[in-house]
Design a protein around this ligand. Structure first.
Ligand code: RIB
Ligand code: CA
Length: 313
C-alpha cells in the first residue's frame, strides 16, 4: 500500500524535485498539493506547483495556502530560485485549474476522506500545517506523520542560527513541533550532506528523457547560488530528503529528540532547539535526521527519473 501524502511546498527548485521524486516512487501516493509563500510569493509558488504537476501528468489537486506567515512579514528567496521561483527550464502552462479550496480546506477534506492515516510532506514554511492543526485539531489523530525539511540541530543557512523554512514562520513551526504528531525533521544536518554535483546533473541529463532533462535544467540553475555562496562541493538537495526518508528510511540515520523553536531571540529567532537528551521533559516525537548514504540517495533519484522517462510512474 503506498503512503498517502499531502505535499505542502514552495516551489522552488528543490521542492519541484521533491514533487518529481514523490510522483515517481510507487511507495508514495500524492493525494493533494498545497502551496505556501517562501521561496517566492504565493502566486508564483502556486503557479510553479501547478506547472510541475501538469508536466508530470499528476492529477492531484493544487490549493493555494498562506500568502504570508502567521504573524510576520514574508521573506522570499529570489537570489536562490530566481524571479519566477523556478528559473531554468521553460515549463509549459498548467493544464488543470487551481483548486477553488484553500490549502487548509483541501488538506482537511483530504485527511477526512482518506481511509488511512495521511502523511504530510512539508518542504516550506509551516504556516499551512500550523493553520490546519489550529483549525482542525480533531484531524490530528488522522495525521500519521509530518516529514519536513526544516531546521537544524546546529546552525542555520539564512541566519547563523536559523534555517530558512523555520525562520520564515517560527511561530508556525513551534505549533507543528509541539502538536504531538510524529515528525521526521530533515534539517540542514542531513541536507548539507545531500549534495548533488555537476557530475550527478550530467548523470541525470544523459538519461535523455523529458523528466530527467527537466530536472537537469532545474539543477543547472540551482547550483549557481550554492557554488557562489558555499564551498560544499555540491548543492544541497534539501526537500527531496523529506520524500526519500519515507521511500527508504534505511538511506538515512536519525535520532529521537524533542524539538522546540526560538521565536524571540535577537540573534536566534527561527532556531530549532533540538533536545536529544530529553532534558526539557518535552515529548520525544521528532526523528531528527543526521546523516545519509549519499550514493543511495542519488541512485534513488536516478531510478525515479528513469521510471518517469519510461512512463512507468
Ligand atoms: O533552507 C532550505 C529550504 O528553504 C528548502 O525547503 C528550500 O526550498 C527553501 O524553501
Ligand atoms: Ca522548499
Amino acid at each position: 500500500m503506498p503512503i498517502p501524502v499531502i505535499m505542502d511546498c514552495d516551489p522552488g527548485h528543490d521542492d519541484a524535485i521533491a514533487l518529481v521524486l514523490a510522483y515517481a516512487c510507487p511507495e508514495i501516493e500524492i493525494l493533494a498539493v498545497t502551496t505556501s509563500a517562501g521561496n517566492q510569493t504565493i502566486d508564483k509558488t502556486t503557479l510553479n506547483a501547478r506547472k510541475v504537476l501538469s508536466f508530470l501528468g499528476c492529477g492531484a489537486p493544487v490549493a493555494r495556502g498562506a500568502s504570508k506567515p502567521l504573524f510576520r512579514e514574508l521573506i522570499i528567496a529570489p537570489q536562490v530560485h530566481g524571479e519566477s521561483g523556478l528559473d531554468g527550464p521553460a515549463l509549459p502552462e498548467p493544464t488543470s485549474p487551481e483548486s477553488p479550496m484553500s490549502a487548509v480546506e483541501l488538506a482537511a477534506k483530504t485527511i477526512r476522506e482518506c481511509d488511512r492515516g495521511v502523511t504530510i510532506v512539508a518542504t516550506a514554511a509551516l504556516t499551512n500545517v500550523a493553520a490546519l492543526l489550529l483549525a482542525h485539531p480533531e484531524l490530528k489523530s488522522k495525521i500519521e506523520r509530518i516529514s519536513l525539511m526544516g531546521g537544524s540541530a546546529v546552525g542555520g543557512n539564512w541566519t547563523p542560527a536559523a534555517e530558512f523554512n523555520i525562520l520564515v514562520d517560527p511561530e508556525a513551526a513551534q505549533i507543528v513541533f509541539n502538536a504531538g504528531i510524529p515528525v521526521t525533521m530533515c534539517g540542514l544536518d542531513v541536507t548539507h550532506q545531500a549534495l548533488v554535483t555537476r557530475a550527478d546533473t550530467e548523470r541525470f541529463r544523459v538519461i535523455g528523457g523529458r523528466c530527467s532533462t527537466m530536472v537537469a535544467e532545474l539543477l543547472d540553475f540551482f547550483v549557481k547560488f550554492h557554488e557562489a555562496n558555499f564551498d560544499f562541493g555540491g548543492s544541497p538537495l534539501h526537500d527531496p530528503c523529506a520524500v526519500a526518508w519515507l521511500v527508504d528510511p534505511g538511506i538515512f540515520v536519525s535520532r529521537k529528540a524533542h524539538v522546540d523553536v526560538e521565536c524571540r531571540g535577537r540573534h536566534t529567532t527561527g532556531a530549532t532547539v533540538v533536545d536529544f537528551g530529553g532534558v526539557s521533559g518535552g515529548a520525544m516525537n521528532v526523528d531528527v535526521v543526521t546523516g545519509l548514504d549519499l550514493g543511495r540517495f542519488i541512485d534513488l533519484l536516478d531510478s525515479a527519473l528513469r521510471r518517469l522517462d519510461r512512463g512507468m510512474a
